[in-house]
Design a protein around this ligand. Structure first.
Ligand SMILES: [Zn+2]
Length: 344
């Protein structure tokens, strides 16, 4: 290494905007001083200093270089000036070394549909014990094994009077700081499907990744589902809250930024059964074409179940071993061949 890490860090803190340390991946993320995050300055952190690779890159403007070149760019210093200064530097702000304290914040109610009722709160359940909607929601949760699933969210909610999301099961999406920043709701009653789709996202909300606060470094994989409920049943399961069949953006920019914090995890897509669902076949093909790793349903299971939740209900499972997904994951040419067999 030409210059010490501490010096690079000092420069990163000096020039990048509002930096933050990500212990899990040993990276620092910040507002990019080169593109100033487009129109999202102070909102997004897409500039990443990857300490182990000695690289600084930006997911917005595409900057990618070694650390010295980045310092040259943002400071207007020459290569030699940087080397010289790095030999003499001695100021490392103390607060850089301190890891950010983990703060567990309570649920912020205004981030949720109106008057949301927490279904895991015994006091609230007692109060609503004669309420039909609440009782029907609880039976849906039981029937679909949602309450027992190992990767379910810390809370599930219902609103009885929200304009859009009333009388639906609300699934909160927590961010890395355990704050609810997004949610999806699922219809409880079939009759409501005439007016609203089965799943509805927060209005005007930027999509976040589901349970990103629960991704563990002990498992090298992240399993990306379309909808959250299927992802409840596997460790390191997350969900994007829907993929458009004919859009090239699979992630929101917030989701991209969240995933960038897990650069050592292998990402595997798990969709509904390709044997049972045409939309799933189209989406799988698209993901394969863009170089993604995908879980392909084995024929016997894929013909019997349409998604992971159905499989878990039928087999009475609270969780599925990651190995099941890993051993059925392929990419590239091999994945294309598997799809040819299914489409035959
Ligand atoms: Zn940039």
């Amino acid at each position: 290494m030409l210059i010490p890490n501490e010096y690079i860090l000092q420069k990163f803190y000096q020039y990048a905007g509002y930096p933050k340390f990500k212990k899990i991946s040993n990276t620092y993320i910040a507002g990019c001083p080169i593109c100033r995050e487009g129109k999202s300055w102070l909102k997004k952190r897409r500039c990443i200093y990857i300490v182990d690779d000695n690289v600084i890159c930006c997911h917005n403007c595409g900057w990618y270089s070694d650390t010295i070149k980045w310092i040259q760019e943002v400071s207007n210093m020459s290569f030699n000036e940087i080397i010289q200064e790095s030999k003499e530097f001695d100021v490392l702000p103390l607060d850089i070394l301190k890891e950010e304290a983990e703060v567990k914040k309570p649920i912020t109610v205004d981030r949720l549909p109106k008057d949301s009722i927490n279904l895991f709160d015994d006091n609230q359940l007692e109060y609503f014990k004669d309420n039909e909607v609440i009782q029907d929601t609880l039976s849906l949760i039981k029937r679909r094994k949602i309450d027992k699933a190992i990767n379910r969210p810390d809370t599930l909610l219902v609103s009885l009077n929200d304009k859009t999301h009333k009388n639906r099961l609300i699934i909160p999406f927590y961010n890395e700081d355990n704050e609810i920043i997004f949610y999806q709701s699922r219809a409880i009653y079939d009759k409501d499907l005439k007016f609203y789709p089965k799943y509805l996202s927060k209005v005007n909300g930027e999509k976040s990744l589901y349970n990103i606060n629960k991704i563990s470094p002990d498992l090298d994989y992240i399993f990306i589902f379309e909808g959250p409920i299927d992802s409840f049943f596997v460790k390191n399961g997350t969900a994007v809250a829907g993929i458009q069949e004919n859009s090239s953006n699979t992630f929101s920019s917030l989701q991209e930024q969240q995933l960038a914090g897990f650069k050592f995890h292998k990402k595997v897509w798990v969709l509904d059964s390709q044997w049972a669902d045409k939309a799933s076949r189209t989406k799988t093909q698209k993901l394969i074409d863009s170089g993604e790793s995908v879980f392909i349903w084995p024929e016997t299971l894929g013909k019997k179940y349409k998604d992971i939740n159905d499989y878990c209900i039928d087999q009475n499972l609270d969780s599925i071993e990651p190995e099941f997904f890993i051993s059925n994951t392929t990419e590239g040419l091999k994945a294309k061949l598997s799809m040819t067999v299914i489409c035959r």
